[in-house]
Design a protein. Structure first.
Length: 78
């Protein structure tokens, strides 16, 4: 288990940055695990771009915590 997983509890995610803004904590993370199709398990994927998801996380003390996950849009190529 890496330090990122110990802090965030998210397996296979790498924390890029942690900032305290407006009295809350924001964490930026990116998936670093194996990329495969969730339906068939195939690994022939084409990247169709990136997007960011904003996930409300449990509070750290009295600070509201938000995790910003960078994700990719994938298209399976048969």
């Amino acid at each position: 288990m890496t330090r990122s997983e110990l802090v965030s509890g998210l397996l296979d995610y790498e924390m890029n940055d942690i900032r305290i803004q407006d009295g809350g904590i924001q964490i930026w993370a990116r998936y670093g695990g194996v990329r495969s199709c969730p339906h068939c398990g195939g690994e022939r994927l084409r990247n169709k771009g990136r997007y960011e998801r904003c996930v409300h996380y449990e509070n750290w003390g009295l600070r509201h915590c938000v995790v910003r996950l960078e994700a990719c849009k994938w298209h399976f190529q048969s």
